[in-house]
Design a protein around this ligand. Sequence first.
Ligand code: FAQ
Length: 316
Amino acid sequence: MSVKSEQQLELEFQQRIDKGEVIEPKDWMPERYRKQLIRMMSQHAHSEVVGMLPEGNWITRAPSLRRKCVLLAKVQDEGGHGLYIYSGTETLGVSRDQLVEELNSGKAKYSSIFNYPTLSWADIGAIGWLVDGAAIVNQTVLAKCSYGPYARAMVRICKEENFHHKQGYEILATLMKGNEEQRAMAQDSINRWWWPSLMMFGPSDKDSPNSADLLRWKVKRYSNDELRQRFIDRTVPQAMNIGLTLPDPDLKWNEETQHYDFGPINWEEFFQVINGHGICNKERLKARKKAHSEGAWVREAATAYAHKKAGKMIAA
Ligand code: FAQ
């Protein structure tokens, strides 16, 4: 029996990708593909979990029982998304403990957006509308990515994110129908969240070191800039509908390109945030570490229970 060379395996792998086949955990894959997926998926899982913090901050202060129930459900959904994606990442041969350790030690990245503070109730609307809105644009495409477990996790996650998106928009639409102070609160929130939401799509294509590999392997189907543009085109009319002004004087419809033109993004701010120097980076990490150590007894109890159950099954 002839043994295939690494080069031959890579060639066949790329042919499978080009034909649109889905790669499953037990299939052969290049080590770089596996590593890129672990990097991207674990960052995504961490983002879902850290993303619970800015909204969790408002659960006790939601303005009505209905708002409180909806927000509680949303925050729980985000925790669930983290779990699906951690489980998906584990299929690549890395343990969740290892990934969590990387997050808690400050080594791993998570989305820049969650390093901004939630200063008012309107920020909960802005997160649902803009942050979940951006996440949907990105994740709808990831639901067709080449790695099966990640793609399948995205299908369910996108359904839930759509509900999050609508609840955020509804919060803002309600505030915009309210008094002057409520409208000002909504506008102030959009002024603060618009630009960081655009940064969620990552650096511009020319500064994105991972995109070439990810596009070739059909993990990404569109570039960072293409998805950012898609989000802007979709979001501007929604802002107009409820009377919000997006804080960009250069934003205007371009008949020729059939897209909205927009002003320059502050990439210096983006790189500061992803390198640990955003407004809330330290606070977020501290909160995650505290939650992890306070949850130790739950993990120990679950492990003890699992061992006991396994022992009984062996004995039976
Ligand atoms: N924040 O070469 P690229 C959510 C890093 S989920 C932090 O372009 P890539 C749900 C990047 O990791 C939001 N770091 O990277 C929710 C890389 O660093 P590395 C999360 C960022 O991977 C809603 C370096 O910059 N979604 O919101 C960011 O090709 C509401 C160079 O960048 C996902 O993770 C950033 N924004 O493209 C939860 C989706 N952008 O690792 C709660 C999956 C870039 O080389 C409440 N991920 N970096 O040291 C992706 O689609 C991609 O990973 C991108 C980045 C597009 C984020």
